[in-house]
Design a protein around this ligand. Sequence first.
Ligand code: AHN
Ligand code: ZN
Length: 334
Amino acid sequence: MRIFKNLWVMCLPLAGAALLSCGSSKKNSTQTEEAGTRTFIQAPAFNADSAYSYIDAQVGFGPRVPNSAAHKACGDYLAAQLRRFGAEVYEQNAELIAYDGTILKGRNIVGAYKPETRKRVLLCAHWDSRPYADQDEEKYHRTPIDGANDGASGVGVLLEIARQIQMKAPEIGIDIAFFDAEDYGIPEFYKGMYKQDTWCLGSQYWGRIPHVSDYKARFGILLDMVGGKDATFFYEGYSARTAHNAMKKIWNMAERLGYGRYFVKEEGGEVTDDHVYVNRYRQIPCVDIIHYDMNGSTGFNPTWHTVDDTMEHIDKATLQAVGQTVMGVIYNEQ
Ligand code: AHN
Ligand code: ZN
């Protein structure tokens, strides 16, 4: 933007003809902008109202806890939306074993664009919601949460990106993966034996058995809790170690688009999230864009795993910042 502004200032004192030539000296100036020697492609405009409506629709089904009717109905909705937006849709149904032995009817949903292309980027989010508000008052510990932010926000942003891709495809192929059963991890109140790897059951399954054999992508971007007001996204520790280049690309893009307030270029903690298994099992470097709150008691935002994770705490400005940044990244991949 700055470059455009400078150009405009330079053009101002000139006569109409000169102004025209000033404008036309830039080939396709609405599309591209010179940044040093590299051409920057302006991505289409992400629509936060649209993303918000997709979050609202998910929450409208009720908590998307695996094995529930709301979960089934929401899964059908997500697969139908991806199809409607022109993706080739793959579904995986698998029985996943929870921390307490409960068998979850898990369902991963993947929408592929340009499936024939080898140059690909994976975008992902979890679509289930937590059966427990175990960060809330004790009386709510066994209450399923709406998961407006924790779950639905990332999916809502990705559905809007799917809609945008249908209207104007980026150069590379894109896969949008909605992972199931991320949030059925061992609850705080559980008295039984501790077990490892109880979170992210859907992405663990997909990592071992991807929707297409030998699936590969250049890198992945995971969206987790991307709808909170004044959200701050720090360099998540595991992403920083395993997906450093992609991570820098994202944070630099955010800065360039004016979203540096959200994408803070400082180290955050390390989180066990779907990106860990995308990297561990498929060797795809994957970056977690996740809202940390350094001042909060949990390290996450104040509504995290509480019954307050509702639509009223979803902020369109944050959705815009995240959606436009991710679009900036994918439309600039060649
Ligand atoms: C754990 O709490 C172990 N990981 C955070 C991942 C998560 C949960 N993201 C959303 N809900
Ligand atoms: Zn959660």
